[in-house]
Design a binder for this molecule. Structure first.
Ligand code: ADP
Ligand code: MN
Length: 374
């Protein structure tokens, strides 16, 4: 269970406001938020299950600095039955100190970067129109100007931020005991990075984000290319599923994002590829040709799935999970609502389609490069 006094700063944000927290295990993402965002999670779980599956798991809410200081865990993957409310005393009264929170309430979500050894993260902010109905004229004008100067207006999305693992840096310093300072080998691309792209060159940001997926441990160019192809294809398929879901729903989401995560550590990533090859997702008929021509990941595969060699930490079934390769989620629903009767959210869908098309072009390019290597 969660020890509320052990909350720490969240390290894996690619964009957004300060003040995000995590717990000691790193499994939770705790963000100060508006009641609207909590309401959107609750209504999605209650009445839009297909979209809820595309969101991080909603674990509950946390009241920051409120008199009763309770954690209401309304749904949890760690044993709390959805629908029941469990209250824990929040023993750290200084939780919100030093943070400029607009709100007393935080949302508690699954940390979608948990379970990765070195999560590479990309946040793509969706929509050409980025202001809500209640935004004052100055805010509308400011956001419209940013949209006009970026790919937000032309493509319906822009790169909000990225974090990409570079490997241990030469001369890099480890973080101190508090997890501060140091140079942990991540390259951080802030919000200004994504604003400089145009519709013609924003694909470069995707190449930049995906580049390290093609470098492995003792692997040749061809194997790197096919792995890069497969990762881009996975993200493409995820975005395609988001597109299909949104086309069938009636919603308005202002300034929501698509969040990509993939494993940045080459050794862990190889283990994840080996595990992924065994999962159903990895075996569609359309990929049979590729599968038969290259079995790049069999070489390093150890059979750690079927048999128990006694080394497993078997006191928690959830810990048997294989290393993760990639995850795609929709996030950031501060200005999102279900709007029956209004039809699909074309503002968001324009961006989703642009992203899918870019990923399609990238995986085709990688496939061609791989063919040329044979
Ligand atoms: P903001 O309203 O500040 O933009 P977001 O919900 O977009 O807040 O979150 C900020 C950043 O935190 C995102 O760019 C993303 O990198 C990260 N993030 C958001 N939700 C999660 C989550 N559930 N798990 C892991 N990281 C997340
Ligand atoms: Mn955001």
């Amino acid at each position: 269970s969660l020890d509320p006094s052990s909350l720490v700063a969240f390290e894996d944000a690619a964009a957004g406001h300060d003040g995000i927290l995590s717990d000691s295990t790193g499994d939770l993402f705790i963000k100060p938020c508006t009641p609207a965002e909590i309401a959107f999670y609750e209504s999605s779980l209650a009445s839009h299950p297909s979209f809820a599956a595309l969101m991080p798991t909603f674990m509950g809410t946390l009241r920051l600095g409120s008199p009763d200081q309770t954690l209401a865990a309304q749904a949890s993957t760690s044993g709390v039955t959805p629908g029941t409310a469990a209250s824990l005393p929040l023993s750290d009264p200084g939780l919100s100190r030093g943070k400029k929170l607009d709100t007393q309430t935080a949302i508690v979500l699954e940390n979608v970067a948990a379970g990765f050894s070195r999560p590479n993260i990309m946040d793509l902010k969706l929509g050409a129109r980025l202001w809500d109905e209640d935004a004052p004229p100055e805010k509308r004008a400011r956001l419209d100007k940013i949209a006009a100067e970026t790919t937000s207006s032309s493509l319906g999305f822009r790169v909000a931020g990225m974090r990409v693992w570079q490997g241990a840096r030469e001369g890099g310093q480890a973080k101190d005991a508090k997890g501060e300072g140091g140079d942990d080998g991540y390259k951080v691309y802030d919000k200004m990075y994504g604003r400089k792209f145009t519709a013609d060159n924003v694909k470069e940001a995707f190449w930049e984000y995906l580049r390290s997926s093609r470098t492995g441990v003792d692997e040749g160019l061809a194997i790197g290319l096919i792995k890069g192809f497969r990762l881009a294809k996975r993200f493409h398929d995820d975005v395609s599923a988001i597109e299909e879901c949104l086309e069938q729903q009636e919603s308005r989401m202002i300034s929501a994002s698509i969040l990509f995560v993939y494993e940045g550590d080459p050794t862990t990533r190889n283990q994840a590829w080996a595990a992924a090859q065994e999962s159903p997702r990895f075996q569609p008929g359309a990929q049979a040709e590729v599968d038969s021509e290259v079995n790049f990941d069999r070489q390093g595969e150890t059979d750690n799935h079927g048999s128990s060699d006694g080394d497993d930490d078997d006191d928690d079934d959830d810990d048997n999970a294989s290393p993760k390769l990639s995850v795609t989620k929709m996030i950031d629903f501060a200005h999102a609502k279900w709007t029956p009767g209004l039809g699909p959210d074309e503002n968001v869908l324009q961006g989703v389609r642009s992203i899918r098309k870019i990923l399609l072009e990238i995986f085709i390019a990688l496939f061609k490069q791989w063919k040329e290597q044979l």
